[in-house]
Design a protein around this ligand. Structure first.
Ligand SMILES: Nc1ncnc2c1ncn2[C@@H]1O[C@H](COP(=O)(O)OP(=O)(O)OP(=O)(O)O)[C@@H](O)[C@H]1O
Length: 265
């Protein structure tokens, strides 16, 4: 997938994305980081054709993204959004089965054998088999996040976008979700593009990191190239120590505010 010179504005006054250029490498985990409001979610929304850019092109498998029919695109790319509304009274397997919609004909609501197999696979890889009859609203935050991921997996797409998949989760569930994402990438070869805030998680789980500020990409590269004390100070206005030890590998310790950050976005 390639993003070429893309600009996007919600209000026609100011661009929330300014001339974005990037390429998503197939089979890798790409993570977008940057301060609140810098345009990370907006970029995912534009890359998934949820919003159309005013300028530039997004190309997926050699074709402009707006030329895909919605069902056709939904077989290539699935998205786990930051905020999700649970339909009233729905159980886990019924919500996950929504992921099969792109494969169904109009007014054909029942699941085919293949649909059932894929739903079983999505439930088992997200470790939700035992919860399949439970109401989604009664699950814990970590379990719910796995349900949204299972629904996206039921779409059986080669590309998965996740917007802040670990937000609101305790540290155990954060690792559980990130390990699942890594497994989807390493064992099932699903290309991942995700937004994260935690730099240590970005270091540990990404092949490639894109850093945004003010609607622009300011730098990108491998975690080691990108996560530096200088980058953290200039992008976030925070003093940090970037260190390495044999046990933990390479890690960041944020130390405090370096300067008043009036221009975080
Ligand atoms: N639906 C919308 N209508 C108008 N402006 C919006 C809308 N959604 C986001 N914005 C604005 O676009 C800018 C980028 O927002 P976006 O949510 O993409 O940032 P983000 O980097 O994902 O932030 P965060 O880390 O806080 O989730 C912000 O100034 C935000 O206020």
């Amino acid at each position: 997938m390639e993003v070429k010179n893309v600009s996007f504005s919600y209000n026609q006054k100011e661009d929330q994305l300014k001339s974005i250029n990037l390429a998503v490498e197939p089979g890798k985990i790409t993570t977008i980081i940057g301060p609140n409001g810098c345009g990370k979610s907006t970029l995912l929304e534009v890359m998934s054709s949820h919003n159309a850019p005013q300028k530039g092109q997004i190309i997926l498998d050699g074709k402009l993204i707006q030329q895909y029919k919605s069902k056709e695109l939904a077989k290539k790319l699935s998205v786990v959004h930051q905020k999700n509304e649970i339909p009233f009274d729905i159980n886990v397997e019924n919500l996950v089965s929504y992921g099969r919609m792109p494969y169904k004909r109009f007014f054909h609501h029942h699941n085919s054998e293949e649909d059932e197999e894929v739903i079983d696979w999505a439930l088992s890889i997200t470790n939700l088999q035992s919860k399949r009859k439970e109401k989604v609203e009664q699950l814990s935050g970590g379990e719910r996040q796995r349900v949204w991921i299972a629904m996206a997996l039921a779409q059986k797409t080669p590309i998965l976008f996740l917007d802040e998949p670990t937000t609101y989760l305790d540290v155990y569930y954060q690792f559980e979700i990130l390990e699942l994402i890594k497994k989807l990438n390493r064992e099932y070869n699903i290309t991942i593009v995700m937004v994260l805030h935690d730099m240590n998680q970005a270091i540990r789980y990404s092949d490639w990191i894109i850093v945004m500020k003010n609607g622009e990409i300011v730098t990108e590269g491998s975690p080691k190239e990108v996560i530096t004390e200088g980058m953290i100070e200039s992008i976030y206005g925070v003093r940090a120590i970037v260190n390495h030890n044999d046990q933990s590998g390479f890690y960041v310790v944020p130390m405090g505010v370096a300067r008043r950050n009036d221009n975080a976005t």
